[in-house]
Design a protein around this ligand. Structure first.
Ligand SMILES: *[C@@H]1O[C@H](CO)[C@@H](O)[C@H](O)[C@H]1NC(C)=O
Ligand SMILES: *[C@@H]1O[C@H](CO)[C@@H](O)[C@H](O)[C@H]1NC(C)=O
Length: 189
């Protein structure tokens, strides 16, 4: 009994290894059939301006929540906003609308003005019409240029990954308009 036990263990081990190998072969075969021919990845650079109306009747950004202490906070810690901002080719109000930036932004630092941004760029023009890119990142307003991650996309941007560099172009407190410049670098198929 003492002698046959190691043999049993070895046999069990061998058997499970064989089963595992057979299984992974099957899945490898079905994967290669489903995957089809490989398409090459490309890098796209998108350049646009985000127009946000934060005051007046036609606002595109609105505060939806806050903490009891947000009003006393120098950094508006705890404020949550929903945005449906415009993406335009240029910084002027009359320039061509190419999409929207829809999502949530939130003041997440007690020490400095920093936003968490979870935003979908929804394109409505040209070859990217109907495609989206998802951005998630830290927008520290003290920095001149801020970098955030592109975590995915849909349509032409399936399997996308990349990053965004953005800087404030202008803030007009009278008309309640904030314009930010965006450069998006994204790998996709
Ligand atoms: C708000 O939008 C309406 C409808 O498009 C427009 O008539 C009005 O002039 C706009 N108001 C401002 C302050 O931009
Ligand atoms: C974008 O796609 C939508 C939905 O398919 C379509 O209605 C619209 O005309 C397209 N816009 C442009 C500029 O191609």
């Amino acid at each position: 009994m003492a002698r046959s036990l190691p043999k049993l263990i070895l046999f069990t081990l061998f058997f499970s290894l064989t089963t595992f190998a057979a299984r992974s072969q099957t899945s490898a075969r079905s994967l290669s059939i489903e995957a089809g021919p490989r398409r090459s990845e490309k890098l796209s650079h998108l350049h646009f301006y985000l127009h946000e109306v934060f005051a007046g009747p036609n606002f595109t950004a609105t505060q939806v929540a806050s903490a009891p202490t947000t009003i006393q906070s120098a950094t508006s810690f705890g404020a949550v906003f929903v945005i449906d901002d415009m993406l335009k080719l240029g910084p002027d109000a009359g320039s061509k609308l190419v999409g929207r930036a829809q999502g949530l932004t939130s003041s997440v630092s007690q020490a400095e003005s920093t936003l968490l941004m979870a935003v979908n760029f929804v394109f409505a023009e040209g070859k990217f019409n109907g495609s989206t890119l998802s951005m998630l990142g830290r927008n520290s307003l003290a920095l001149e240029v801020r970098e955030m991650a592109i975590t995915g996309g849909t349509g032409a941007f399936r399997l996308a990954r990349g990053y965004v560099r953005t800087k404030t172009h202008s803030i007009d407190r009278t008309s309640g308009l904030l314009v930010s410049e965006y450069d998006v670098y994204v790998w996709h198929y």
